[in-house]
Design a protein around this ligand. Structure first.
Ligand SMILES: Nc1ncnc2c1ncn2[C@@H]1O[C@H](COP(=O)(O)OP(=O)(O)OP(=O)(O)O)[C@@H](O)[C@H]1O
Ligand SMILES: O=P(O)(O)OC[C@H]1O[C@H](OP(=O)(O)OP(=O)(O)O)[C@H](O)[C@@H]1O
Length: 208
């Protein structure tokens, strides 16, 4: 029995489509649980995916680079699944640049931001928020933000500009290292089937 941690939200549909293409069917479905003959899917918040693996209650999960770097977990990352590519960026009010001295930075990703400031040798005051981070400079809560940008629409709508790109965000397949040892055959067989589905999908894509 494989136990998977599936991110609810913008990644959910793509991941569930890949699972069904991999041959899994589900007899019982709810908003938090999908159960089939050889599989159980825990439907969780994206930030919580690594937690289910680290605590050993899930074998495989799917989550973004942002979550993995924010949670600083050491999970096996065999490959990506094709989803929209987004970026973690430093951004601030258009035309104002990066202030001298202490920088107030609002973010959903305090650990990522702390490490980024250390690499820049900056003295920062990090203001953790749960969302709508783009509001912080407008409200005077922060000088800068560290946040995800995909299309750039949110930044543009709030007169913010990218000041630095911190890392590219992909969607990772992640594996619990213990499961990789104790359920090796089942885990490897699933990963191989999933990779075949992804490669077949990719080959089917119309070439631009
Ligand atoms: N525009 C985007 N904003 C946020 N996440 C994005 C975006 N584009 C791609 N992603 C990826 O999708 C993942 C899930 O994002 P989603 O918006 O579904 O949940 P969340 O907002 O991160 O978490 P929650 O809904 O629990 O607050 C992110 O961790 C990131 O890897
Ligand atoms: O570059 P864009 O395509 O505009 O996407 C970036 C926006 O998407 C995410 O917000 P989300 O929609 O997840 O809501 P949130 O602000 O509550 O996190 C992210 O926090 C940015 O605000």
């Amino acid at each position: 029995m494989l136990k998977l941690a599936i991110p609810k939200g913008r990644l959910e549909e793509k991941v569930m489509t890949y699972l069904k293409k991999t041959g899994f069917t589900f007899e019982r479905e709810s908003s938090i649980l999908r159960e089939g003959k050889d599989i159980v899917c825990f439907m969780v918040r994206p930030f919580d995916v690594p937690t289910y693996l680290v605590h050993g209650v899930a074998d495989i999960g799917f989550c973004g680079t942002d979550v993995l770097l924010e949670k600083e977990t050491s999970l096996i990352q065999p490959f990506f699944i094709p989803t929209n590519i987004s970026r973690m960026v430093l951004a601030g009010p258009k035309g104002k640049g990066i202030p001298e001295g202490e920088k107030r930075i609002a973010t959903k990703f305090p650990n990522v931001t702390q490490r980024y400031c250390e690499t820049r040798g900056w003295h920062c005051r990090i203001i953790p928020l749960k969302g709508s981070v783009e509001l912080a400079p407008i409200a005077g809560l922060a000088d800068l933000i560290v946040d995800i940008t995909e299309t750039g629409r949110t930044l543009k709508e709030n007169n913010l500009e990218i000041l630095d790109e911190i890392f590219v965000i992909r969607t990772h397949v992640v594996v619990n290292p213990v499961s990789y040892r104790t359920k090796r055959e089942e885990v490897v067989s699933f990963l191989e089937k999933l990779q075949e589905v992804i490669e077949h999908d990719f080959d089917e894509q119309p070439r631009r």
